[in-house]
Write a protein that binds this ligand. Structure first.
Ligand code: GDP
Length: 327
């Protein structure tokens, strides 16, 4: 494979080349991994920067409807939009909640949009690491906005927030009881809560829900990375498209404020460090299953630890000594 040619075509923004490059970084073959790293080198520092928006919400809240309408609005304004996904179910079952090809059909036909389903990997960490690299590829390909979609389950939201400049939570209109059920942790990573389906019969409930969230957000401790009024809740409708332009203006206003105040850069720097540590941790763990001798040693020591024949710390030390000698 001619990697410098592939890099050139990615930089020109060719969607087929971008898709191929992402396939390469998602591969788990060792030789592909080497090529993927070489590709990243060949792309170099392109000085291009996209607005990376993380978007989460439970199934049925309207994520794909929202992304399609929002994405088309942005491409209509001359922006290039990439959509990536971190699907926790792809890690467990190889199936997907998010990856369905029939979703966002109009957006996928737009020449200024690029849609990529979640990579399937055995662990969520692997899905997230590769998606993070795909974000960088989309950026190198000159996309202006990268939307990273996930489902409100467990760790996936935190992982997506770690690769986003802004994190948006999409919520359904609901009664006060359901509001109580929103995990505090997720409220704390959200920069905006969009209450979707503010149309027709649901409009008044959506407006009330939005007011409830606004109240709840005001109770959170003020974060240094937020200007006055953030995080904020807004009502939108992905179907009638009401509020989408305003939501976009709020997102860009927040992004601009963070750029001017230096929070943007420090967040990206902290994220880069986080992913470096993740890669390192993963690579070190992979050492434990790199050959049969090591696997057998770990297995045997595990049994001895279970029988009480050796202390856990001492057993771990023996594995590390083995890795050091044979590595
Ligand atoms: P996802 O599972 O989060 O991707 O949700 P979908 O985008 O597939 O939407 C789930 C359902 O909610 C579909 O029947 C949509 O038509 C509906 N829906 C999505 N957005 C809106 C909206 O703004 N208003 C109304 N009334 N329905 C919506």
């Amino acid at each position: 494979m001619d990697l410098s040619d592939l890099a050139d075509r990615v930089k020109k923004g060719e969607r087929r080349a971008l898709a191929r490059a992402i396939t390469l970084i998602e591969s788990r073959r060792d030789d592909h991994r080497a090529d993927a790293l070489a590709l990243q080198d060949a792309l170099g520092d392109t000085d291009r920067s996209a607005l990376r928006i993380g978007l989460s919400g439970t199934p049925g809240v309207g994520k794909s409807t929202f992304i399609e309408a929002f994405g088309l609005m942005l491409t209509g304004q001359g922006l290039r939009v990439a959509v990536l996904a971190v699907d926790p179910s792809s890690a467990r079952s190889g199936g997907s909640i998010l990856g369905d090809k029939t979703r966002m059909e109009r957006l996928s036909r737009d020449p200024n949009a690029f849609i990529r389903p979640s990579p399937s990997q055995s662990q969520l960490g692997g899905v997230a690491r590769r998606t993070r690299e795909a974000v960088a590829l989309c950026e190198a390909a000159g996309f202006d906005v990268v939307l990273i979609e996930t489902v409100g389950v467990g760790q996936s939201e935190t992982m997506v927030a770690e690769m986003s400049d802004l994190f948006v939570l999409l919520m359904a209109p609901a009664g006060g009881d359901e509001l109580q059920g929103v995990k505090r942790g997720i409220m704390e990573i959200a920069d905006m809560i969009l209450v979707n389906k503010a149309d027709g019969e649901l409009k008044s409930t959506a407006t009330r829900t939005c007011a409830d969230y606004s109240g709840a957000l005001r109770l959170l401790r003020k974060r240094p990375q937020d200007p006055e009024g953030f995080p904020k809740a807004m009502a939108v409708s992905a179907v009638s498209e009401d509020g989408l332009q305003t939501a976009w203006e709020e997102m860009t206003a927040l992004a601009d404020w963070r750029k001017e105040s230096g929070h943007w850069e420090s967040r990206r720097a902290a994220q880069a460090r986080h992913w470096f540590e993740e890669e390192l941790r993963h690579a070190l763990l992979a050492q434990l299953s790199r050959d049969d001798a090591t696997k057998t040693l770990v297995q045997t020591l595990g049994e001895e630890v279970a029988e009480g024949a050796i202390a856990p710390g001492k057993a771990a030390g023996q594995v590390l000594a083995h890795l050091g000698k044979s590595g």
